[in-house]
Design a protein around this ligand. Structure first.
Ligand code: TEU
Length: 554
């Protein structure tokens, strides 16, 4: 078995604002998380990753930090946090914080000082530039629509913001910035935190001279100092504690070649990264809200590429969902009530069977689906709100934009966790900040907790298999039927065990021949009740969205 503890772990992501509300303000909080820890312990997850809970004006729901060393009153206090981490550790789980250090809020004291005067000592903590030809310094674009530069009248310069105007980018080239951030990270580790998920950490180095981008798919030009900065963090913040902590780099656009370097244990930069290749197969590169539909072979090819690229060095994260992505059942599965559960289980099986650390996003374990958004005013997410405003400003097709938002908006992942069929789905005693999906009347934790054939039971079983079968951690990955447009199949093998993971990713029954090798193989997990415990024929008839995992040799 691999030495690194996180190679046998499963991580659960909580978006605190939408998880559970204990103080009746309609917004999730730390007290709500504490009340629901048993659900996570019963699920069997090993690590909890919290999306940001730092003090923030909430322009980007906490990804705009105004005080790195305090908890936002929306979520509670530092004392509440200390109570949470004590309970998480008492249950044998670990807690990872979301580290948002590419940018701060414009209300952070550092930026308030920086913007106060050109000569302020903190001016160079952010990225300020003069106008070029009376306009923005270059052609960089924000991820939240519009230019990535904001004019500051008071000091007569622009500042860079790759995201919202209220999220100015920090200048990582400044050693004082890096020192202040390192000190903050150590402060949290000393408080008991077990690691960090590092927000857009491959954005922290910008190209010298801030040159114009040369392609419409590039929003800005990355620099070449990310490895240097990460190595510096490893040598200082994590020095002497290597192996105890989990570091995950969120890296939009990262390539397999770069990821091999970032996650190579010999380099000690990161344990794993979030890559985005499989999250863009159904989106036009220039516009994520322009849904081009799912090509299963493209999806399989993307994930298989990452399996082979990191087979001999480095480590994969495995995810379908997070707070930025639409719900996978609606996106890559089939959220029709007749196929919803089977497709949720099938997608879970093909992901959790792969080599890497699986991440489960809140609500994924019960198969939560996209929300039935219809009107622009229903959206809260700044990315969605800004996008629709830019569609109207440009005179583009607003109906097409609304259809794209309904499919891809981040708000699909942020509707309240569905605990039960009661008012507000048991999330809160009051009207939540974002509407609850009406399907919570039947799609909720309470309805699945005791059901042996529920999506929740299937996730519990997959997580248990991850803890019990070494081949799931160490086994080689080999695609099978890679070009089939409906069947997703692969094997995992060590010298002692071999698994066949196979799923029918469509509604129509498919019969496939798996070869003599699999005769008498043992069924370790299926998603259709009554499936034979062992294979008696090499011909498998898989019903719509049926998935099976067979094992030889255990
Ligand atoms: O997201 C980084 C990122 O790439 C986003 O553009 C994300 O991929 C996009 O919203 C999906 O289309 C991180 C956080 O996860 C996100 O919630 C923040 O809004 C963003 O950084 C800025 O901190």
């Amino acid at each position: 078995m691999n030495a690194a503890w996180w190679k046998t772990a499963v991580v659960y992501q909580i978006y605190p604002r939408s998880f559970a509300d204990s103080d009746g303000d309609g917004i999730g909080d730390l007290g709500g998380i504490i009340e629901r820890l048993d659900h996570l312990h019963d699920l069997g997850v090993d690590v909890i990753w919290l999306s940001p809970i730092y003090r923030s004006p909430q322009t980007d729901n906490g990804y705009d930090v105004s005080d790195y060393r305090d908890i936002d009153p929306l979520f509670g206090t530092l004392a509440d946090f200390d109570g949470l981490i004590a309970k998480v550790h008492a249950l044998g789980m670990k807690l990872v914080m979301d580290l948002v250090v590419n940018h701060t809020s414009d209300e952070h004291p550092w930026f308030v000082d920086s913007r106060s005067a050109r000569g302020n000592p903190k001016r160079d903590w952010y990225i300020w530039r003069d106008a070029r030809g009376g306009a923005v310094p270059n052609n960089w674009e924000s991820f939240f629509s519009g230019p990535a530069w904001q004019w500051d009248e008071f000091t007569g310069q622009y500042y860079l913001h790759l995201f919202a105007r209220k999220q100015p980018d920090l200048n990582w080239a400044n050693p004082d910035v890096r020192k202040a951030l390192r000190d903050m990270m150590v402060w949290w580790l000393d408080r008991g935190v077990d690691g960090f998920r590092m927000d857009v950490i491959n954005f922290i180095s910008k190209a010298d001279g801030l040159p114009d981008t040369i392609s419409p798919q590039q929003r800005f030009v990355v620099g070449d100092a990310v490895h240097t900065y990460l190595a510096e963090l490893a040598d200082t913040v994590f020095d002497g504690r290597a192996g105890e902590f989990l570091t995950i780099g969120e890296m939009p656009g990262v390539t397999t070649e770069e990821a091999r370097l970032y996650t190579d244990p010999a380099r000690g930069e990161l344990d794993m990264v979030f890559q985005f290749e499989h999250m863009s197969v159904d989106q036009r590169p220039e516009n994520k809200f322009d849904d081009i539909g799912l090509d299963l072979v493209a999806l399989k090819t993307a994930l298989h590429r990452w399996q082979s690229a990191l087979a001999d060095v480095g480590w994969n994260s495995l995810y379908w969902n997070n707070h930025d992505q639409p719900r996978v059942v609606s996106r890559f599965g089939d959220d029709h009530p007749d196929h919803w559960a089977a497709s949720a289980k099938a997608l879970a099986a093909v992901l959790h069977g792969m080599r890497g650390t699986p991440f489960v996003y809140q609500g994924e374990e019960i198969g939560m689906t996209n929300y039935p958004f219809r009107f622009p005013q229903e959206y809260a997410d700044i990315e969605s709100v800004n996008y629709f405003r830019s569609v109207l400003d440009q005179g583009w097709d607003s109906a097409a934009a609304l259809a794209g938002l309904a499919k891809m908006s981040r708000d699909n992942a942020r509707t309240p966790m569905q605990w039960d069929a009661g008012p507000h789905a048991g999330f809160s005693s009051e009207k939540p900040w974002l509407p609850v999906n009406p399907n919570h009347s039947w799609l909720n934790v309470a309805a699945q907790t005791a059901a042996a054939d529920s999506v929740l039971a299937h996730y519990r079983a997959l997580i248990r298999l991850r803890h019990e079968l070494p081949v799931l951690v160490d086994g080689d990955f080999t695609p099978v039927m890679a070009d089939d447009p409906q069947i997703w199949a692969y094997t995992r093998a060590t010298a002692q065990e071999k698994l066949l993971v196979i799923a029918n990713c469509g509604r129509t029954t498919r019969t496939v021949d798996v070869g003599l090798e699999w005769m008498s193989a043992e069924l370790v997990l299926g998603n259709v009740s009554g499936t034979a415990a062992a294979l008696t024929s090499t011909s498998l008839a898989l019903s719509g969205w049926e998935a099976r995992i067979y094992c030889l040799g255990s």
